[in-house]
Write a protein that binds this ligand. Sequence first.
Ligand SMILES: [Zn+2]
Length: 260
Amino acid sequence: MGKDREGKIPMLKKINESEDILWLSFPALVKFDFLHQGLILKNKQETLFTNKNNLKKDLEKSLKIIAENNGPAIYSEQVHKNKSAVLASVNDIKKWDFNSKYDAFITNQKCVFLTVRVADCLPIYLIEPDAKAIGLIHAGWRSTILRIVENTLEQMYSTFKADIDKMICVIGPGLGKGCFEISEELAILFPPDCQVIENGSKPRLDLAQVNFKQLVKSGLKTKNISIISECTHCNPELYYSFRRSANKNQRMVAFIGLKG
Ligand SMILES: [Zn+2]
């Protein structure tokens, strides 16, 4: 995976460097030329995005370099629940409360970046190209149990009349099924076919697969869902991992925005 073998297997990610910022973009989304999209990776500047007081400035500076424009970046306190914020007007953006508690965002507004911070949790990107509606989700195991993707899709439908048949989704890199050990108590809450169960070791969770199944249950076409099946824990050269990294504040930043 990840290799473009004569176009038969589409490349899953493209690594970019803009000034000193390392980030990846998703080839599955490149055809939508009205989008800015990607994930800012582990960076040379190790304190980037680590200080809450500098987060707004860090995000806007980085995104300006990557996307060469100057839209505001929306973010929230991430609380591992299932609430999705709706940004349906210029006013919603102007009056945004950065201390609010959300783990997902949806918008149809141009020139604004939706962002979530991740290190092992999954960034999930949603695009309905005809309605020009987009969503971004921060999905750890808690939000996944609370079915955050279903919630967000429902809001995209009710607010923007997004059509589930046209919905495109990318599930970004996160803690992989090789590394995501969970307790027996937690394992009961997830479908057995989304776990690796071996004698003598703890169950391990395929969190991307759980979200994939929820997306399909909500009506997404399987061909419209891409999973970047790379483990943040196993790829230290590109990714931060909360479980692996010594500095527990380091985060990557997933972003998506409609161009102006
Ligand atoms: Zn791993």
